[in-house]
Design a protein around this ligand. Structure first.
Ligand code: FMN
Length: 148
């Protein structure tokens, strides 16, 4: 199985989550910052995982652009989405990046692996809350093991 984890990250927290996810998935795994994804990374990929920090309830512009650049669904490719976010109740008013990534993918006809997940940071610059890298690893493993 070939997996590509594409992420954006302003302060490094989403990068750490992306790497934790990539580290537990078997087979060929590439973890790439958005903008550094090559056509070779995308070629023959079986599982594409997209992650972004939540900025104003949305993914970063770079991740939005990456999702927009994707073609419609490919039967051999599965897609999944995650974000990093703050735990405060008020941020729920704005929504979360992973849900928007999933909606954008679904708008293109993709069906997105469930659950879409968010991982918590203590503040805008982090750090990640205790246990979140372990939770990310468990999520990545479960997504990779799902079969449609
Ligand atoms: C401009 C800006 C807007 C943000 N908006 C939200 C938000 O709407 N909801 C939320 O949960 N976190 C928000 N955050 C906090 C981010 O979730 C946090 O910075 C991010 O998870 C850290 O990931 P990174 O280290 O990969 O950049 C915002 C952060 C910035 C810088």
């Amino acid at each position: 199985m070939k997996t590509l984890v594409v992420y954006d990250s302003a302060h490094g927290n989403t990068q750490m989550v992306a790497q934790a996810i990539g580290d537990v998935i078997l087979g060929e795994v590439n973890v790439r910052r958005v903008g550094e994804v090559t056509s070779g990374d995308l070629k023959s990929v079986d599982l594409l995982i997209i992650g972004s920090p939540t900025h104003g309830g949305r993914p970063t512009a770079a991740i939005q652009g990456f999702v927009e650049s994707l073609p419609g669904p490919v039967s051999t490719v599965r897609v999944a989405a995650f974000d990093t976010r703050m735990p405060h109740a008020w941020v729920k008013l704005f929504g979360f990046a992973a849900i928007r990534i999933a909606r954008a993918l679904e708008g293109k006809g993709w069906s997105v692996e469930q659950p879409v997940e968010g991982f918590f940071v203590n503040g805008r610059g982090g750090p990640l809350k205790d246990g979140e890298l372990q939770r990310a690893a468990a999520w990545g493993r479960s997504i990779a093991e799902q079969r449609t």
